[in-house]
Structures are given as C-alpha cells and as structure tokens.
Design a protein. Structure first.
Length: 146
C-alpha cells in the first residue's frame, strides 16, 4: 500500500512514521527551509520520511516553491535533494487543476534545463524525472502475474 501524506498534519506524519516498515510518500509539497510556507512540512519531518525510504514529490506551484518558473521548481528540487538525498525526490506537479501550475507537461524540457542549470547530474535528473517514483512503486506495490 502507498501511504500519501500530502495534506497531512505534522502529528499525522509522526504517527505514520511510527508504524514499522512504513515508507510514505508526500506526492506534492515543497521544502520549508527553501520556501517557508504553512503548506510545507518541517525539514526534520521531510528528512524522517526520506530516512524511512519514502519519497518527496516537489510541487510546481508558487505556494510550495516560492516562485512561478521552471527555475523556481528546480531550486526547490535541488533543496530537496540536499535535505533528503537524490533517491528520495520526485516530481509532484499537482496538475489536477486545483492550483495554478506555471507550466504543463509540454514544458518539462524547460524544467530539465533548469535542473541542469542547478548543476544536477544526468543521473540525478533521471531519478527525479521518474526513476525514483518507478523504483518506489516497484518496491512498494505487490507483484502481479501479468
């Protein structure tokens, strides 16, 4: 089972992290030290999620990354990597229409360039752009017979 802690209170996050062998995700968020926002959990809780083997999806909207450009999102992704490690960061666009994302899937190349401009390596970019999520799902979801 995938446990998504997006929108969870800090107390709920701590409760979930106390469950043995839990590897939660936060599907769309930001990093508090990078963008102080009531929407972003503390860096300490984010680090604990990463230490549990969980995944942090960085959102694409200004309330969580403190900006409206691919460069702003890339800065938040770089901050997440510094905090949680390159194996625990993913895209968390939140393209469901409830928030204003400054770009859509057609502009992911601009985000890739912004990640290059942040000095991320090709391996780090591949992990963030989908590799980490695929690995997390492979490890977390049950195998099927076909």
């Amino acid at each position: 089972m995938v446990i998504d802690l997006a929108h969870a209170s800090p107390a709920m996050v701590r409760d979930v992290l106390a469950i043995p062998d839990t590897r939660p995700v936060i599907s769309h968020t930001g990093i508090a030290s990078h963008c102080p926002s009531p929407r972003n959990l503390s860096d300490d809780l984010m680090a604990q999620i990463a230490q549990s083997g969980g995944l942090i999806g960085i959102g694409f909207w200004s309330d969580v990354v403190c900006g409206k450009t691919p460069a702003d999102v890339a800065g938040a992704i770089a901050a997440a990597i510094r905090l949680a490690g390159e194996d625990h960061v993913a895209l968390g666009s939140d393209w469901d229409g409830s928030v204003d994302s400054p770009f859509d899937a057609a502009h992911l190349a601009a985000l890739t360039q912004a990640l290059i401009d942040q000095s991320l390596t090709s391996d780090q970019i591949a992990k963030v752009m989908g590799g980490n999520m695929m690995e997390y799902l492979r490890q977390t979801l049950p195998e099927t017979d076909g």
